[in-house]
Design a protein around this ligand. Structure first.
Ligand code: 13P
Length: 255
């Protein structure tokens, strides 16, 4: 059985003291919830990673970066490496988020280099995929997602897949308050699982975690997270308040 993953992507929000405060609240809240078959992850900004990790160590909560560069070190002003994320205490890294693709022009080829580096470095890579509204309205969503997965996972061998999580985040659902319906999301998750079966094998497709992201909140999480092929959530806005994030964790834990 796939363990559910509830991941908070804090994006470019919260100062260091605010991040420490939120992680303390999550840590304290989680003590009252006996976590069954679920993992909890927070992805603060780079500067908050180390202080947040100091708070959450030994709590069972894991942390991840929101991006990284594929080189080891050197003259790459403004970038951060896999080893640096690990040294701050991270086990995960989000790669290919639609905000990186759109605002920072990240290509599938660049994202693929990052995925390979992350996995080779021992980080679990959360590869984000998803179509825009225009692409969905013209019926191209499957084609778009398939290309993003094929290119994003190029060169990733079957033995490395255990360090890959896929996040389906329809761009039209991110930060809009308009989530995909449980059926829409689950259909895409099944489609993604079939792509993995075609690229690798049935066992890998059964085992890989596929998260949903896009206006997931404490109200709609039960319907979305109870779907057969949705293995957790990548949550933006609703992960910035401990009440809503803890509610999502609790709901998912009780499914
Ligand atoms: P929202 O939950 O704010 O829609 O953001 C989703 C997201 O982009 C998570 O990576």
């Amino acid at each position: 059985m796939r363990k559910k993953l509830i991941a908070g992507n804090w994006k470019m929000n919260l100062t260091i003291p605010q991040s420490v405060n939120l992680s303390e609240q999550i840590k304290n809240g989680i003590k009252d919830i006996k976590l069954n078959n679920i993992e909890v992850l927070v992805c603060p900004t780079y500067v908050s990673l180390y202080p947040v990790n100091e708070v959450i160590k030994d709590s069972g909560i894991k942390s991840g970066g929101q991006n990284m560069y594929f080189e080891n070190e050197g003259a790459y002003t403004g970038e951060i490496s896999a080893e640096m994320l690990k040294s701050a205490g991270c086990e995960f890294v989000i790669l290919g988020h639609s905000e990186r693709r759109k605002i920072f022009n990240e290509s599938d080829e660049l994202i693929n280099k990052k995925v390979i580096k992350a996995v080779d470095s021992g980080l679990t890579s959360i590869l984000c995929v998803g179509e825009t509204l225009e692409e969905r309205e013209s019926g191209k969503q499957n084609e778009i997602v398939k290309t993003q997965i094929e290119k994003g996972l190029s060169g990733i061998t079957v033995d490395k897949l255990k360090n890959i999580v896929i996040a389906y985040e329809p761009v039209w659902a991110i930060g809009t308050g308009k989530n995909a319906t449980p059926d829409e999301a689950n259909d895409m998750h099944k489609f993604i699982r079939n792509i993995i079966a075609d690229l690798y094998d049935k066992k890998s497709s059964d085992e890989i975690k596929i998260l949903y992201g896009g206006s997931l909140n404490d109200k709609n999480c039960k319907d979305l997270l109870s779907q057969s092929d949705i293995d957790g959530g990548l949550i933006g806005g609703a992960s910035l308040k401990s009440e809503s994030f803890l509610k999502i964790i609790e709901t998912s834990n009780n499914l």
